[in-house]
Design a binder for this molecule. Structure first.
Ligand code: NDP
Ligand code: PYC
Length: 338
């Protein structure tokens, strides 16, 4: 801890999160589910989707765009599909309700997909991916957001920051998981730079006139850029399609239009896939999963790291020592209790 930070236990942060969310009218079951995600983010060193998200959630609650006591409904759509209508609530509870149906279908059918509709999404996807890989299944998830990101070759926002996340279960360790925005960086990261009055690297965004900028606010007011040029742009479009029209839900442009300047978190759908390796591999599952370990060894064996390795190390530290919040954030969160 330094003068600029405040030490907290994970239990202390959970308590603070529940208190802030219920103080601002979020129903108890949602407050619990949202708290689990936010505390996991801070625990794993994901500052843009950790405790800072409490401020974002409270702003969303204040806009009235999220249903505070929504009761998600499961629709058992087809043998290998499940739909969950979040009924305007935060996505976490809808995911938790749909998860057992999804994984059961994946086991009996080999593969299953879940469409979560009509949810408000502010979160990282890896907690959901881990909930699927924990059950020995391969996982994929994506969700659009608000139209903040210009397509490669354009200057006007069309796409959301549209994260894609993938998980692969490993026999003796933490799963292989990656989870990133298809924009150069999550919008939350630029918001944190704005809060800390720090410049952003070139390549994250352009100002309202389409000029490259290192000013966080100018990029937030202008357009964010995709990662990897046309490649990130195509992946962002894929996310719009899979978690938008395919499941009958909003694109990022439609989400932003529905927000109508209120400043809520994105509203719309999420697409989740679960695959049982035993479906393809039967009795040979173990031997082929072992071949995946050879691949991971070839990566780490040359000094490269696996995605999520930093996160797992942060998790181990936080479980032992707790976390340190920037003092300004801690004070802002205490202010939300007032
Ligand atoms: P990053 O660009 O930081 O990339 C994150 C992923 O890349 C992590 O899996 C990370 O692992 C891995 N990674 C980073 N550096 C390396 C490296 N050197 N070698 C190997 N792997 C590496 O994240 P983003 O800013 O793009 O996204 C952050 C979060 O924001 C995500 O969790 C995403 O879900 C969330 N988000 C949510 C949105 C929503 O609408 N709900 C919208 C946009 C983003 P590690 O964590 O171990 O560093
Ligand atoms: O950081 O881009 C982001 C984001 C959007 C919705 C939730 N997080």
């Amino acid at each position: 801890m330094t003068d600029d930070t405040v030490h907290m236990t994970l239990d202390g942060l959970s308590e603070l999160s529940r208190a802030v969310l219920t103080r601002h009218g979020l129903g108890r079951r949602h407050a619990e589910a949202v708290t689990r995600t936010i505390v996991a983010g801070e625990r794993d060193g994901c500052a843009s989707h950790g405790a800072y998200r409490l401020i974002v959630c409270v702003n969303t609650l204040k806009t009235g765009k999220v249903v505070r006591n929504a009761d998600p409904q499961i629709h058992d759509a087809m043998p290998a599909l499940v739909r969950v209508d979040a009924r305007g609530g935060f996505a976490q509870l809808a995911f938790e309700r749909g998860l057992p149906v999804l994984t059961k279908k994946a086991r009996t059918r080999g593969i299953a997909a879940m469409g979560i509709n009509n949810c408000v999404h502010f979160a990282a996807l890896w907690p959901e991916i881990e909930a699927i890989t924990e059950q020995g299944l391969v996982a994929f998830a994506c969700t659009p957001s608000h139209a903040w990101v210009a397509p490669a070759g354009g200057m006007r926002p069309v796409f959301g920051t549209n994260p894609i996340a993938f998980g692969w279960p490993r026999p003796d360790g933490s799963p292989f998981v990656f989870d990133f925005a298809t924009s150069a960086v999550a919008r939350g990261e630029i918001e944190l730079h704005r809060r800390a009055a720090k410049p952003i690297p070139e390549g994250w965004g352009v100002d309202a006139g389409g000029n490259p900028t290192t000013d966080a606010k100018a990029a937030l007011d202008g357009a964010m850029l995709t990662f990897g040029g046309h490649k990130g742009s195509a992946l962002a479009a894929m996310v719009e399609l899979l978690a938008g029209p395919l499941i009958g839900d909003l694109t990022s442009a439609e989400s932003l239009a529905l927000d109508d300047g209120a400043g809520s978190s994105p509203i719309g759908g999420e697409f989740v896939l679960a695959i049982d390796p035993a479906g393809f591999l039967g009795g040979e599952t173990e031997q082929h999963i072992a071949r995946a370990e050879t691949l991971f060894d070839a990566i780490t064996g040359q000094g490269a790291r696996l995605p999520s390795q930093r996160r797992y190390e942060a998790r181990a530290r936080s479980l032992k020592h707790g976390i340190c919040l920037p003092r300004a954030l801690h004070d802002d969160l205490q202010g939300l209790l007032a």
